[in-house]
Ligand binder design. Structure first.
Ligand SMILES: [Zn+2]
Length: 97
């Protein structure tokens, strides 16, 4: 069984968590071109092979929200951090140094 490290509770089994969405969906665009940009962001986003930044909640624990860096082929979880901290990858899925 896979483990996810909750920033507040430590390593826990994945069944204690629930996936919420891809992190890129949380960046809503406002302004005159917002409708088309938001449609593109939600329905035409890239689905590259590699690590994706996702939002999860520790629903059967502290109920905290966290950002998880998960590989979409191997499901390896490389990192997890509190949702309010700075993202690990940019909007195109590239790792930031
Ligand atoms: Zn927790």
């Amino acid at each position: 069984m896979q483990e996810i490290r909750c920033p507040w509770c430590g390593p826990r089994v994945q069944t204690e968590f629930e996936y919420y969405c891809d992190d890129s969906l949380l960046t809503e665009v406002w302004g005159s071109e917002a409708v088309q940009q938001n449609l593109d962001r939600v329905f035409l986003r890239s689905n590259h092979l590699g690590y994706h930044q996702e939002i999860w909640q520790h629903t059967h624990g502290c109920r905290g929200w966290l950002r998880v860096l998960r590989h979409n082929l191997t499901h390896e979880i490389k990192e997890s951090q509190p949702l309010g901290s700075n993202p690990v990858v940019d909007k195109d899925g590239r790792m930031q140094s």
